[in-house]
Write a protein that binds this ligand. Structure first.
Ligand code: ADP
Ligand code: MG
Length: 252
């Protein structure tokens, strides 16, 4: 589903080079819920931006569904994102003058869906997310948790293959954070949507089945259901053959 090969990103700041990502290779399967975790500056946002084609790598490749995202033109990317990708933002990025229903229906406009069907789909999802009594509210008339649920509904309404989320609970209190996280896990599982979520919070990341930890632009840990996927950890333990042979020699 998502294939990252030897990804490297170097920023030039004045005369200095900042290596934001250093030789990253990961595979994320269809329907997987993956958290990318690490301290501030470890490269999480850079990696997510690279996956979504928002930035071009210095070296390496990103493929989604077999398509080479890292080589697409802006026009190809726009179409690809429209058809395949949903985004959830830390600051919700809802349009303040539109109602919850209108915000959620908005991405369907670009897919050429008729107005009444757009509205029907948006309302259905909002009701499923427990916002049936907020359909005509504008973002300013809702709590942070409610606004983020609208943001999730908007990301999900076009049934994308992948949803990318950068610190989606970053502006929420801890109780709401847990609710929203559970909602994301449920949606991903029920709809077989691949989720890649960035967070600086290791405890939150642990709620996900797959956790990739970055440090200084490198993958330092990659755990799926508690088992390491890092190549260096996959090498089977070596049998202690030499010792057995030497014992036999001594016996002869
Ligand atoms: N546009 C940029 N120009 C220069 N340096 C950048 C830019 N974006 C990120 N960086 C640097 O790359 C590193 C990784 O940043 P980032 O991916 O934002 O980390 P995180 O999201 O984990 O906090 C940091 O050292 C940051 O300062
Ligand atoms: Mg970041």
């Amino acid at each position: 589903m998502i294939r990252v090969e030897n990804l490297r990103k170097v920023y030039k700041v004045g005369d200095e080079k900042v290596v934001a990502l250093d030789n990253i290779s990961v595979k994320i399967e269809k329907g997987e819920f993956c958290c990318i975790v690490g301290t501030s500056g470890s490269g999480k946002s850079t990696l997510l931006n690279m996956l979504a084609g928002l930035e071009k790598p210095t070296k390496g490749k990103v493929r989604i569904n077999g398509q080479l995202v890292s080589k697409m033109t802006e026009k190809e990317l726009a179409k690809f994102r429209q058809e395949n990708i949903g985004f959830i933002f830390q600051s919700y990025n809802l349009m303040p003058t539109l109602t919850a229903t209108e915000n959620v229906a908005f991405p369907l406009l670009f897919k050429g869906v008729d107005r009444d069907i757009r509205e029907k789909k948006a309302k259905k999802i909002l009701k499923e997310m427990g916002l049936g009594d907020r359909l005509n509210h504008k973002p300013g008339e809702m709590s942070g948790g409610q606004q983020q649920r609208v943001g999730i509904a908007r990301a999900f309404v076009g049934r994308p293959n992948v949803i990318f989320a950068d610190e989606p609970t970053g502006n929420l209190d801890s109780a709401t954070t847990e609710q929203v996280m559970k909602m994301l896990l449920d949606i991903s599982q029920q709809n077989n949507i691949t989720f890649v979520m960035v967070t600086h919070d290791p405890e939150l990341a642990q709620m996900a089945p797959r956790v990739i930890t970055l440090k200084d632009g490198r993958v330092v840990s990659d755990m799926k259901d508690g088992v390491s996927l890092l190549e260096q950890d996959l090498i089977p333990e070596q049998e202690n053959e030499t010792e057995i042979i030497s014992t036999q020699t001594a016996d002869q």
